[in-house]
Write a protein that binds this ligand. Structure first.
Ligand code: ZN
Length: 259
């Protein structure tokens, strides 16, 4: 297979503490999960590409900001240990933030766009309608404009499916948010890996086609789940779920990698 991606690193960026119903619509209301927050670093012929950026720990560790952005909004503050810091994860691989020339955001919720401030030099690719929604008023508490409404960010607004480079495809998988996208990576040894983002948080979302807790368009969200399953099936690939607490324990975490 033709690919320009040589390595995939899974970065564990902390844990969110949430009702299971946030991930599975109307299911598991009695349960609180500690869901991992994942980002991914790709080593490619054209430099390092980061998919998502994790959480902004400054908001979690500052009492006033934590109160305003989390507690008051009814969101439990996440757990971010020092080793979960994005800069720490990158350093363990020997990569500095300035080495990352391209950031692809699956979407702009707080657990994916939290560290854009580290990448002002980079191209930041996001769907146009996701960006529009993030910058419009009344978008809801899961959108931390303080993390992305920053001067000097180099936005690259894309529409629909697109190819970042051979072996790195990005698919519009809207539904959970207005412009959610997922990333399909071709690796020489591992084969196809689908970074689903939050099209579905848990294995259950895909196995039983359960909608995410929150969606702006249920039909589109279900179509996105089915589309990703079909791609994985056709290419004999694996779905990499960024928030599944069981799957994360089976993955090779950075600084180990997939080739
Ligand atoms: Zn998420």
């Amino acid at each position: 297979m033709s690919t320009e991606v040589s390595r995939l690193y899974v970065l564990l960026c902390g844990y969110e503490i949430l009702e299971k119903t946030v991930s599975t619509r109307d299911r598991g209301g009695r349960f609180i999960l500690a869901e991992p927050v994942s980002a991914y670093l790709l080593e490619t012929t054209r430099g390092h590409v980061l998919v998502d950026t994790g959480l902004n720990s400054a908001i979690v560790h500052d009492p006033a900001l934590r109160e305003e952005r989390y507690t008051k909004q009814g969101i439990r503050p996440p757990v971010i240990l020092p080793e979960h810091e994005l800069a720490c994860q990158l350093a363990a691989i020997g990569v500095r933030p300035e080495d990352v020339g391209h950031v692809i955001l699956t979407h702009m919720h707080l657990d994916h766009a939290g560290n854009l401030k580290m990448f002002r030099h980079a191209r930041i690719s996001v769907q146009r309608r996701e960006h529009e929604h993030a910058f419009s008023p009344g978008h809801g508490p899961a959108w931390f404009d303080c993390d992305y409404d920053l001067p000097g960010l180099r936005w690259d607004l894309v529409e629909g499916d697109w190819e970042a480079l051979p072996g790195l495809e990005v698919l519009l998988t809207r539904g959970h948010t207005p412009g959610h996208q997922s990333v399909v990576v071709a690796l020489r040894d591992t084969g196809t890996v689908v970074l689903v983002g939050d099209a579905g948080d848990l294995a259950e979302n895909f196995a039983e086609e359960i909608l995410p807790g929150e969606s702006v368009d249920d039909a589109a969200a279900l179509a996105s789940i089915r589309r990703l399953k079909q791609i994985a099936r056709e290419r004999r690939g694996a779905l990499l779920l960024g928030h599944d607490p069981e799957l994360i324990q089976e993955l090779r975490l950075a600084p180990a990698c997939y080739t």
